[in-house]
Design a protein. Structure first.
Length: 117
């Protein structure tokens, strides 16, 4: 399934907030549950690259969000106000690919820190 929303990365979680039918549906994934993060090229020419997260078996997410699938993919990144990358606009200097790269680098760094800590 695909949902439009915002991706946030904190010190302990990757959070995805989606609004559907006027309801906020947050998803919080503890960094300790992420076993791998990678950039995946689009299946079709002209498509968007994906940020793919692989999760440990039995991951349930934080705050009782229920069982999570083993793989999650995020695409169509943009540098919008309040999201990863800062304010949007020509002066932001961050394309959708740049925002995806930033999210991937941050998630990789934080998951490595979780493993060491």
């Amino acid at each position: 399934m695909a949902f439009q929303g915002s991706l946030y990365v904190t010190e302990k979680h990757v959070c995805f907030s989606v609004e559907e039918r006027g309801r906020q549906l947050p998803l919080k994934i503890p960094l300790q549950d992420i076993t791998a993060a990678s950039r995946q090229l689009p299946a079709q020419k002209g498509g968007s690259d994906l940020l793919r997260l692989e999760l440990a078996p039995g991951s349930t997410g934080a705050a009782g969000t229920g069982p999570l699938p083993r793989h999650l993919a995020f695409k169509d990144f943009s540098a919008e106000p309040g999201s990863l990358g800062g304010p949007a606009g020509p002066s932001s200097g961050l394309s959708s690919g740049g925002a995806l790269d930033s999210a991937l680098a941050l998630i990789e760094h934080l998951t490595e820190a979780e493993e060491e800590g």
